[in-house]
Design a protein around this ligand. Structure first.
Ligand code: ADE
Ligand code: ZN
Length: 335
C-alpha cells in the first residue's frame, strides 16, 4: 500500500504556505533578517510544537511567520513546499497565504505575492506542478481591516483565484464577514472559508450563506444530520486535514476521525496537510494516517483524489487531464 500511496496522484486544496516553514528555514531566516525568535535551538522549536488547541498553535505560527521579510524569503518558502509536493506526488495545489500576517509588520504585499508567484511559476515549468493562490482574511481582526486588505488585493487579481477566511474560529463566525465576502464575489474572486474546525456546525451553515465553494475543515458537520445531507446533496467539498485535527485535539485518536465515515456516506471529502511543518507531515503522511487506521481500500484512496480534482478550481479540461492521470494509476497492475 505504501508504494501505491506514493504513486497516487494527489491534489492539495488546504495548505497555508506560512505553515510549511520548517524550523531549519525559520532559524536561517531569523539570522539573515536579524529577527529574534523565542527559541535557542531547532530542537527547542520542535519541542514547543505541543498544542492543546487552535489558538496555542496560531500563537507559534504567527511568531514563526515573523522571520519572512523579503521577496526572496517568500520565494524560498514556497519553492521548498513545492519540492515537497514533488516528493509526495502532489500534481496540483491551491495555496493559502495570510496577507495581513505580513502587511501588519510592514512587509510589502508586492514582495509576498511576487515571491510566492515566482516559485509557483517555476514549479509549473520545472516540476510540472500546477497551482493557484488563495488569500485568507484573518477572522480575529475586524471586517473593516479585512475590507482594506481585500481592496489592496484587487491589483493582484490575475494572481489570486479566491478569498478565504482563517485564524481563531470561535467568537469570529463567518457572518462577521458578510459584507467583505459579498464585495469579494462582486470583484470576481471565488470564495472559501474555514468553518467547523473548532466552531460548531452553525459556523458551517454561516459559511455556506457567504457563498463559499468549499468548506475548509468542516468536520463538526456530523453534529447536524440535516447539514450532512445538505453537504452531500449540494456536493459541497470539505477540505479535511487529519494530522492537523489530531495535533489540535479536534479528535483525540486517529480512529475517532470522521473523514472515512463522511467519505462512505458519499460526501466530497478530501485529504490535505494544512500546516505540515507544525503538524508533523505532508500529504503522504496525512493519507497514510487515514489509510492505515481505517483499512481504506485502494478504490477509496482513489476516490479521495477524484474528489479533490472535482473540488479544485481548475477549468474542466485540466480536471479531465488529472482524471486521466488517476485512471492511469488505476490501470497499473499491482505487483
Ligand atoms: N491558519 C493556519 N492554519 C489554520 C487552521 N488550521 N485553522 C485556522 N487558521 C489557520
Ligand atoms: Zn487551515
Amino acid at each position: 500500500m505504501t508504494t501505491r500511496l506514493q504513486s497516487l496522484p494527489k491534489i492539495e486544496l488546504h495548505l497555508h504556505i506560512e505553515g510549511t516553514l520548517e524550523p531549519e528555514m525559520m532559524f536561517a531566516l531569523s539570522k539573515k533578517n536579524n529577527i529574534p525568535l523565542p527559541y535557542k535551538s531547532i530542537e527547542e522549536v520542535k519541542e514547543a510544537y505541543n498544542f492543546h488547541n487552535l489558538q496555542s498553535f496560531l500563537d507559534l505560527y504567527y511568531a514563526g511567520a515573523s522571520v519572512l521579510v523579503g521577496r526572496e524569503d517568500f520565494f524560498s518558502l514556497t519553492w521548498a513546499y513545492l519540492l515537497k509536493c514533488k516528493e509526495n506526488n502532489v500534481v496540483h495545489t491551491e495555496i493559502f497565504f495570510d496577507p495581513q500576517t505580513h502587511t501588519q509588520r510592514g512587509v510589502n504585499l508586492e514582495d509576498v505575492i511576487g515571491g510566492i508567484s515566482d516559485a509557483m511559476k517555476k514549479a509549473d515549468e520545472e516540476l510540472g506542478i500546477s497551482s493557484y493562490l488563495i488569500a485568507c482574511i484573518l477572522r480575529h481582526l475586524s471586517q473593516e481591516e479585512g475590507i482594506e486588505t481585500l481592496k489592496s488585493l484587487i491589483p493582484y487579481k490575475d494572481k489570486i483565484i479566491a478569498i478565504g477566511l482563517d485564524s481563531s474560529e470561535v467568537g469570529h463566525p463567518p457572518s462577521k464577514f458578510k459584507t467583505l465576502f459579498s464585495l469579494a464575489k462582486q470583484e470576481g474572486f471565488l470564495l472559501v472559508a474555514h468553518a467547523g474546525e473548532e466552531g460548531d456546525s452553525g459556523y458551517i451553515w454561516e459559511a455556506l450563506e457567504l457563498g463559499v465553494s468549499r468548506i475548509d475543515h468542516g468536520v463538526r458537520c456530523t453534529e447536524d444530520a440535516k447539514l450532512v445531507q445538505y453537504l452531500k446533496q449540494k456536493h459541497i467539498p470539505l477540505t479535511v486535514c487529519p494530522l492537523s485535527n489530531l495535533k489540535l485535539k479536534v479528535f483525540k485518536h486517529p480512529s475517532e476521525h470522521n473523514l472515512v465515515e463522511l467519505l462512505r456516506q458519499g460526501l466530497c471529502v478530501t485529504i490535505n496537510s494544512d500546516d505540515p511543518s507544525y503538524f508533523g507531515g505532508y500529504m503522504n503522511d496525512n493519507f497514510r494516517l487515514i489509510v492505515e487506521n481505517f483499512d481504506l481500500s485502494e478504490e477509496e484512496m482513489v476516490d479521495l483524489s477524484v474528489n479533490a480534482i472535482k473540488a479544485s478550481f481548475l477549468p474542466q479540461n485540466k480536471k479531465e487531464k488529472l482524471m486521466q492521470q488517476v485512471q492511469n494509476f488505476k490501470n497499473v497492475t499491482k505487483s
